[in-house]
Design a protein around this ligand. Structure first.
Ligand code: ADP
Length: 484
């Protein structure tokens, strides 16, 4: 079992901006259960330091071109996973988020910040910090760790590297003029290196130099090799196709299970599905919607950005509001989407409730209270909410893309007959297709027994981390065998 250094820019519960933090908070625990010796390493941001007051300093790193960084050691809260923090106050101990200030503007020194982090990770991996621990594999995620495989590729004796793409839309692009200040080896520059159309690309460090690359679903691994979703990197990804694969994210069922979720109004399980109704009644009341048990209630939670198909929803809303349904939406993101959705909610207060903001508790209660869950994403590397929805008996209505295509089985006649169907799947990227899918869902909903079977089939699905962790473990072995 190789020793794994898990390098990441956010991890639940220390710091979270999205699904990446859930991944980094769960997978290392599951790997440890498989007997991997895992160390998690992340930057010591201010909110992280606040939770790590009792952690002890175990090393000091000299980083060329930077001030020395200290390494603090502790356990990821709630787990037995050893976590190292790269403590470089000038770069990470500041107010605001990990990547942007409180106003949402990217930190202007992001290239320098994550170059420093990458250097620290490389030194830790090579046991240059005097901690008597050397990595067999370094597992990196997204552009913030892209320089790690690039730096390690220069070493004669080095650990294997795996680079996981959680969302290819975020690439860590910076003006080329910033490259010299980072003090990176000159050989890393160029088309076959970190240069991307005259800019500095951090993600290319992972895509070019890692021994293996993976995405968070098998379908997305294929989609990013096409012009539609490759962002100009599809040629490079096709070139590396033999080293590219997909592994679905798991769900932390300690947090997302209606049988024991402490945040919902009433717990329920397949045997006592009737108790789900109390959650629906609460949600209707909370959202000031008519408390009718038999009207289908659709839930939606997520970032309000183009990726999530919010424009498709807006295109369908005039027709949707003519149907006998209620829709509850929670999210935040692009201002124009927030405004447009709130406008519609004001026009249809009896049918549509829009909550702008981030609210973990309400997200759980929507999963528990809704009958259906809508995800019309244009692309979706994995997607977590459809997995939660399956477990909560809240039938997902999804676009056939990425992880949604891999996890939801459409309620076509054949799948229904074989008891395999778990949701409604539509293909076309349009408001009309979305509307058609909702109409199909409403038809099935009125069918009683069929709908019940669909709910139960979803609840039977098992997307726990154990299975995915075993796949990552196998991928580590493969990365080591294929080390270049
Ligand atoms: P992405 O990482 O693209 O945002 P995922 O579906 O992979 O999408 O993960 C998003 C996670 O963040 C889910 O756990 C989802 O419930 C949660 N989430 C997103 N927006 C909100 C919100 N406004 N309030 C509460 N939770 C949210």
């Amino acid at each position: 079992m190789p020793k794994v250094l898990f390098a990441v820019s956010e991890a639940h519960p220390l710091i979270k901006t999205g699904g990446l933090a859930d991944f980094a908070g769960s997978l290392p625990v599951a790997l440890q259960e498989l007997r991997h010796d895992v160390r998690l390493v992340l930057p010591a941001y201010r909110p992280v330091l606040a939770q790590a007051r009792a952690w002890r300093e175990v090393a000091r790193l000299e980083l060329p071109g930077h001030q020395a960084a200290r390494i603090l050691e502790g356990a990821l809260p709630g787990t037995r996973v050893t976590c190292w923090l790269v403590h470089a106050p000038e770069w990470f101990d500041r107010p605001g988020g990990p990547y942007a200030d409180a106003g949402g503007h990217d930190w202007p020194d992001n290239a320098a910040r994550y170059a420093l982090f990458a250097r620290a990770v490389a030194q830790l991996a090579l046991d240059e910090a005097g901690l008597n621990w050397r990595a067999g594999v370094v597992h990196c995620s997204d552009w913030q760790t892209g320089l790690v495989p690039a730096l390690l590729s220069r070493e004669a004796e080095r650990p294997a590297t795996l680079f996981t793409i959680h969302n290819l839309a975020y690439q860590g692009l910076f003006p080329a003029a910033q490259f010299p200040a980072l003090n990176l080896p000159a050989a890393l520059w160029g088309h076959d290196g970190l240069e991307f159309h005259g800019q500095l690309s951090f993600i290319k460090g992972g895509l070019i130099y890692a021994d293996r690359i993976n995405t968070v679903s098998p379908t997305y691994a294929g989609e990013i090799t096409t012009p539609a979703l490759g962002y100009g990197l599809e040629g490079l990804l096709r070139h590396r196709a033999a080293h590219l694969s997909g592994i679905l994210n798991g769900v932390d069922y300690r947090v997302w299970d209606p049988a024991r979720d402490p945040l919902i109004i009433r717990n329920y399980s397949p045997a006592g599905l009737a108790h789900k109704a109390a959650n629906k009644a609460w949600l209707q009341q909370h959202c000031a919607l008519p408390a009718q048990e038999h009207i289908p209630l659709i839930g939606m939670v997520g970032r309000l950005v183009e990726q999530k198909g919010i424009d498709l929803l807006l295109a369908a809303l005039p027709q949707l509001m003519k149907l006998p349904l209620q829709l509850v939406l929670l999210g935040s993101g692009a201002r124009h989407f927030e405004d447009a959705l709130q406008d519609w909610a004001r026009r249809y207060p009896e049918q549509l409730s829009v909550r702008i903001g981030y609210n973990e508790e309400l997200a759980h209660r929507i999963e528990a209270g809704a009958d259906m869950f809508l995800m019309p994403s244009r692309f979706e590397p994995c997607g977590l909410n459809q997995l939660y929805s399956l477990r909560y008996g809240t039938v997902p209505i999804v676009r056939r893309t990425g992880g949604l295509a891999d996890t939801v089985v459409d309620a076509g006649a054949d799948n229904l007959k074989r008891d395999r169907a778990t949701g409604i799947v539509f293909s076309e990227e349009s408001g009309a297709a979305l509307l058609d899918a909702v109409r199909r869902a409403l038809n099935l909903f009125s069918g009683g027994a069929t709908w019940h079977a669909l709910m139960l089939a979803g609840m039977r699905q098992d997307y726990s981390w154990q299975a995915s962790a075993r796949r990552y473990s196998a991928l580590y072995q493969q990365a080591m065998a294929e080390r270049r």
